[in-house]
Design a binder for this molecule. Sequence first.
Ligand code: 5GP
Length: 179
Amino acid sequence: MHHDVSEILVSEKDIQAICERLGKQLTIDYRDKNPLLVGLLKGCVPFLSDLARKIDLSVEIAYMSVSSYHGGITSSGDVKIKMDLDFSLTNRNVLIVEDIVDTGKTLDTIVKLFKHRGAKSVKVVTLLDKPEGRVVPFLPDYIGQTIPKAFVVGYGLDYDEIYRNLPYVGILKPEVYTK
Ligand code: 5GP
């Protein structure tokens, strides 16, 4: 375990089981729907890559970069589009792939935006959900694992751009971001 991590919350084995379970469900739910998976960069990368390979359908994949954190460990609540999609959403069944839902502000904003752009349906699959952090009501359609209100890193999730390559999700020791 990395020396800056105090506890592993979701192990590599857990992540694999989550991707298999969600992939099976999505394969059933999106049959004949030609889904467009939209990954929110950068945190979605390992999850989207593992999950997409468990969906036994032909899917298209697009990326968008949004930010609500500006370096620290709390959301600014101000959602900015840093890189937009290069796909039309008109009449598409869109499945947003997210690493973690906390305040709910990012996805609340993006789901409304995608509906406004003409998507036929917009659903959200998230690896992690921190329901205690909600500031706006938001319920993801597919959840890998619900976790307590802690700042986590690994498997795509960063602190100051570091730790994204850890193969598990763990709690970052507070001394790392308070020093
Ligand atoms: P929300 O808008 O739901 O508050 O925030 C969603 C985004 O905040 C996530 O995509 C992620 O980038 C970031 N975030 C929320 N909680 C955590 C966390 O515990 N660790 C890390 N590394 N990022 C988080």
